[in-house]
Design a protein around this ligand. Structure first.
Ligand code: HEM
Length: 123
């Protein structure tokens, strides 16, 4: 039986496995590899902090995801299908490794953050 997401170590596993998929994804990979050319060390560290804060309220994420996505959207417009692909890879990764209350909560949070972003980007 799979375990729940219990600590930062679990968040690191989830985030690393998720971006392994994202990097190789032909629909959303190019946003990371071409549009932004992310520094993966920095990006992964920011994402560990972001999700750790979402699940465990650690207060250790300082950043503005919306402005980063806005800037990216100016360079290459994102569409609904990018968000659904992002979410489906995220949910798939959670389900492959974890199950439980926090595993359900993190999928819910990803989905609602994604909805807010789309409303702000697409109106
Ligand atoms: C659906 C829910 C999504 C969530 C919760 C989310 C969350 C985040 C967060 C927290 C950051 C880090 C900002 C920082 O550095 O502090 C980020 C960055 C980024 N996201 Fe998303 N994102 C989502 C969707 C997407 C989609 C659909 C794409 C592209 C198709 C995308 C591409 C990126 C890229 C390229 C960066 C790096 C931006 C930069 O460093 O300038 N994201 N995202």
């Amino acid at each position: 039986m799979k375990k729940d997401i219990l600590n930062r170590k679990d968040i690191v596993v989830l985030v690393d496995r998720f971006y392994d998929k994202v990097k190789q994804d032909e629909r959303i990979g190019p946003f990371f590899n071409e549009v932004v050319k992310v520094n993966w060390t920095k990006h992964l560290e920011a994402m560990y902090n972001f999700w750790e804060n979402v699940v465990f309220h650690t207060g250790n994420y300082e950043g503005n995801p919306m402005s980063k996505h806005q800037a990216m959207h100016q360079k290459r417009p994102m569409r609904m299908e990018h968000f659904s692909q992002w979410l489906s890879l995220f949910n798939e990764t959670v389900n492959e490794h974890f199950q439980g209350k926090n595993a359900e909560a993190i999928k819910q949070r990803a989905s609602s953050i994604g909805t807010v972003m789309q409303v702000k980007l697409f109106g």
